[in-house]
Design a protein around this ligand. Structure first.
Ligand SMILES: [Zn+2]
Length: 348
């Protein structure tokens, strides 16, 4: 969407951060939403903000569904977890092909951007850039082991796993880059250490204590929760973890992410549906969590006049979802990629 010709679509849209459901005609000119006007005729399309997957590890696409048993540390803890051994043994072109295939999967399921914790230092970051090249998506790459310097920021495995976290954070801050930590995935023990660095983003907080959650919310730090990953890795077994309800009660912000591709398909439609089923959060809260991570890429993600285009056009007519009495709820619980007929995205 870079040409100057207006793109016009009429439909039932979810507008702004409130996801206000209205029948409108949306006009995109030069890649920007230039007008949203009330429409009188009964619309045949839904116009929905595109999704942002706020936490991925695309590199481990190459370890997809490897038969494995063991603790979280055995599987994914650097430097010698199973995933790191597989990554180290994978030829570069295979790694790039895997990551590109996962980005294509995300695009097909309505996700136009993602924030990836990229392993493998600066070469690892370069491999992901190559994988994303030419695809209509907005990658936010958070590197490690030297990858911080050539990416959008630092994606620190855990404050307890990294001896030079202070230096990494100082350098990222000096360069105006993002600082993100995994924290609280299995226990609350590494959350305080991460908070000491005043990060821009925390990932998981599955087992953060109430006092920690209060601090996180007071500091205005968004939390990326990864419910399916937590359940699959055995660190969650009730709606209390990750503490989505508590974060919302405290007035905090959560985003949704799908975490390791080796265990979980990077599909935000499935993540939203699982979250709605298990956590019973309001559908509008869940949809916001699937969209607002776009802030990490410097855009709002919502459908608003003056914003770059970043929305999906859904055709509900070939499917029972045309009977929906509430578009937001139906998107969260039931949408599948077969009803997404177009993705309208402006990158530049
Ligand atoms: Zn992770």
């Amino acid at each position: 969407m870079r040409d100057a010709n207006p793109y016009v679509v009429t439909g039932r849209a979810l507008l702004g951060e409130d996801l206000q459901e209205e029948d409108v005609t949306v006009t995109v000119t030069g890649g920007v939403v230039t007008s949203i006007e009330p429409a009188s005729r009964r619309p045949e399309r839904w116009i929905v903000p595109a999704f942002f997957n706020a936490h991925t590890h695309l590199g481990d696409t190459v370890a997809m569904d490897v038969p494995a048993r063991g603790s979280l540390a055995d599987l994914v803890k650097p430097p010698n977890g199973l995933k790191h051994r597989i990554l180290a043994a994978t030829p570069r072109d295979e790694l790039v092909r895997g990551m590109r295939a996962s980005i294509a999967t995300m695009l097909a399921t309505g996700t136009t951007g993602f924030a990836d914790f990229r392993e493998g230092g600066a070469p690892g970051v370069a491999a992901l850039r190559e994988a994303a090249a030419g695809l209509d998506c907005r990658p936010v790459i958070l590197g490690r082991e030297g990858g911080e310097a050539v990416s959008d920021g630092a994606g620190i495995s855990s404050a307890r796993d990294v001896s030079n976290a202070e230096e990494i954070v100082r350098n990222a801050r000096a360069a105006g880059k993002l600082v993100a930590f995994h924290a609280g995935e299995r226990t609350p023990n590494d959350v305080d250490d991460a908070l000491a660095f005043e990060p821009d983003l925390l990932v998981h907080c599955t087992h953060a204590t109430d006092a920690q959650l209060r601090r996180i919310v007071d500091m205005g730090i968004p939390v990326v929760v990864c419910p399916r990953s937590n359940w699959l890795l055995g660190v969650a077994s009730s709606a209390a973890h990750p503490p989505i309800e508590r974060i919302l009660e405290l007035g905090g912000t959560f985003y949704l992410g799908t975490d390791n591709v080796m265990f979980v398909q990077p599909d935000m439609l499935r993540e939203m549906s699982f979250t709605a089923t298990v956590y019973r959060a309001r559908p509008d809260e869940i949809l916001r969590a699937a969209v607002a991570g776009a802030r990490l890429a410097g855009v709002s993600g919502y459908l608003e006049e003056g914003q770059k285009a970043n929305f999906l056009v859904v055709d509900p007519s070939e499917n029972n979802i045309s009977f929906s009495r509430d578009v937001t709820t139906t998107i969260v619980k039931r949408l599948d990629s077969s009803s997404i007929c177009q993705t309208v995205l402006t990158l530049q």
